[in-house]
Design a protein around this ligand. Structure first.
Ligand SMILES: [Zn+2]
Length: 391
C-alpha cells in the first residue's frame, strides 16, 4: 500500500527544505520525494504543514520519574512499576515526535525488554537502543541503575554481562554526577583502564558506547579510552575538543538538564541543594557546547530524560537552547535527526528523508525553520510507515 503525504513543506535534514512537495512511502520505507504531485492508495493532504524525519533523543532514562526524587524512587521501585513507567514515557515520546531513543541506563534492564516488545509489534513505542543497566564504580554515580565494577576485569565482565542480555549500548560513568547522594560531582570514577576494556569489548562486538562526563579528568579518561560519545561534557577544553574531533567522538550535550536546575526558584530542599551543586557546571555547559561546535565536533541532541523536569517533550526546548547558543534552526534539527542517527550507527536507515530509508516521519503544524518551538505542534508520528500517533 502506497501512502502519500501531499503538499507538504519537506525538511529532509540533509540540509535541504523543499517548500512544497509530496512524499510517498510503502512497506515501511520512503519511496519518493517529489516537487510534482504523486499519487498513491492513501493520500493525506498536509498543506501548510511540515514533514521531517522522526526525532532522535540520544540520552534518555526510561523508567525514571522526572522529579528531584527520581533516583530515590528508583531505589524503592519494583520491576512492574519501572516497566509501566517506561511504557508510559514511550507513548509520550511518540506524541512529541520522538521515534528513536538511545537509552542510557534503566533499572532491571527494563528498556531491553520493552525494546523487544516494540520491535515485535506487541506495544507501540519509539525505536529503543537500550543500555539496560549502566556501568559504574561501587557506590558511584547512578549505582541505583547500575552494575558496580572496580577493576578492568570487573568492568569487562559487567560489559559482557550487558552484551549477553543483548544491550545495544554500554553506558559508562566516568565521573561523579549531580543526582547521586555521596558521589562527588565531577570526580573521576571508572578508570581509563576500565573504560578502555569496555570500549574494546564494544568495538569487538559492534556495540555503542557513551560515558557520563562532568569533571575534567574523567572526561579525558573517557575520550582516551575511545568512547563514542561524551555525555554532558561540561569540562571539555580546547585540547579535548580537538581530540574528540580527530577521533570522531560525539558530544551529547543535555543542556536543558542543567539549565532547569540552575534556574530553579522553588523551595524544595533537594531542588535548592541541586541548584547549588550545579552552579559552576551551568556556566561551563554553554562554553563547552560553543567550543565543540566551533571546532566541528559532531553534536547529537540529547536530554537526559528522567532527570528533574526533563520529560519526553523537553527535546524541543533542548533544540531551542542550541539555537540560542548559535546553531541555525536547520543545524539544530539535524542534531536531533541526522547526527543522532550517525551516533546510533543507524544513518543508513533513519535520520534523513531519502528514498529507501525507513519511514520514521513526523508532521508538524507550522514551520520549525522559522520557529524551532513549532516542533511542539506534532500532528502525526509515523514509525516505519505506521501511524503511531495522531493529534
Ligand atoms: Zn543520564
Amino acid at each position: 500500500m502506497l501512502t502519500v503525504l501531499k503538499n507538504a513543506r519537506i525538511i529532509d535534514c540533509t540540509g535541504n527544505c523543499l517548500p512544497r512537495g509530496d512524499l510517498s512511502f510503502a512497506d515501511g520505507r520512503i519511496v519518493e520525494i517529489s516537487q510534482s504531485p504523486l499519487s498513491g492508495d492513501v493520500e493525506i493532504d498536509v498543506e501548510g504543514k511540515t514533514v521531517l524525519p522522526g526525532l532522535i533523543d540520544c540520552h534518555t532514562h526510561l523508567g525514571i520519574t522526572p522529579t528531584f526524587y527520581g533516583f530515590a524512587i528508583a531505589e524503592q521501585e519494583n520491576e512492574t512499576a519501572t516497566a509501566v513507567k517506561c511504557y508510559d514515557q514511550c507513548l509520550s515520546l511518540l506524541r512529541c515526535g520522538v521515534t528513536t531513543v538511545r537509552n542510557m541506563g534503566t533499572k532491571y534492564d527494563a528498556d531491553i525488554t520493552l525494546r523487544n516488545m516494540i520491535r515485535a509489534g506487541t506495544v507501540k513505542g519509539p525505536r529503543i537502543l537500550a543500555s539496560g543497566r549502566l556501568l559504574c564504580i561501587t557506590g558511584g554515580h547512578g549505582n541505583a541503575l547500575g552494575v558496580e565494577c572496580d577493576t578492568p576485569g570487573e568492568a569487562l565482565r559487567a560489559a559482557r554481562g550487558q552484551i549477553k542480555k543483548t544491550a545495544d549500548v554500554l553506558k559508562m560513568i566516568a565521573t561523579g554526577g549531580v543526582l547521586t547522594k555521596g558521589s562527588v560531582v565531577g570526580a573521576a570514577q571508572l578508570s581509563l583502564e576500565q573504560m578502555r576494556a569496555v570500549c574494546q569489548e564494544a568495538q569487538r562486538t559492534g556495540k555503542l558506547t557513551g560515558a557520563h562526563c562532568i569533571g575534567y579528568e574523567g572526561t579525558k579518561n573517557a575520550i582516551e579510552a575511545g568512547v563514542q560519545s561524551v555525555e554532558h561534557g561540561y569540562a571539555i577544553d580546547d585540547q579535548l575538543a580537538e581530540k574528540m574531533l580527530a577521533q570522531g567522538t560525539f558530544l551529547s550535550p543535555t543542556v536543558m538538564a542543567v539549565h532547569v536546575l540552575a534556574v530553579y526558584d522553588g523551595d524544595d530542599p533537594v531542588g535548592v541543594e541541586l541548584r547549588e551543586k550545579i552552579a559552576d557546571i551551568a556556566a561551563d555547559n554553554e562554553r563547552a557546547f560553543k567550543l565543540c561546535r566551533s571546532k566541528g565536533v559532531k553534536i547529537a541532541a540529547s536530554t537526559d530524560m528522567g532527570t528533574p523536569f526533563i520529560v519526553p517533550g523537553t527535546l524541543i526546548q533542548e533544540l531551542a537552547k542550541y539555537v540560542e547558543f548559535g546553531m541555525s534552526n536547520m543545524e539544530a534539527l539535524m542534531s536531533a535527526t541526522k547526527n543522532g542517527a550517525e551516533l546510533c550507527r543507524l544513518d543508513k536507515e533513519i535520520g534523513t528523508l531519502e528514498p529507501g530509508k525507513i519511514a520514521d516521519l513526523i508532521v508538524v503544524d507550522g514551520n520549525p525553520l522559522e520557529d524551532i518551538l513549532q516542533l511542539r505542534n506534532i500532528i502525526m508520528t509515523f514509525c516505519g510507515g505506521e501511524l503511531v500517533y495522531e493529534a
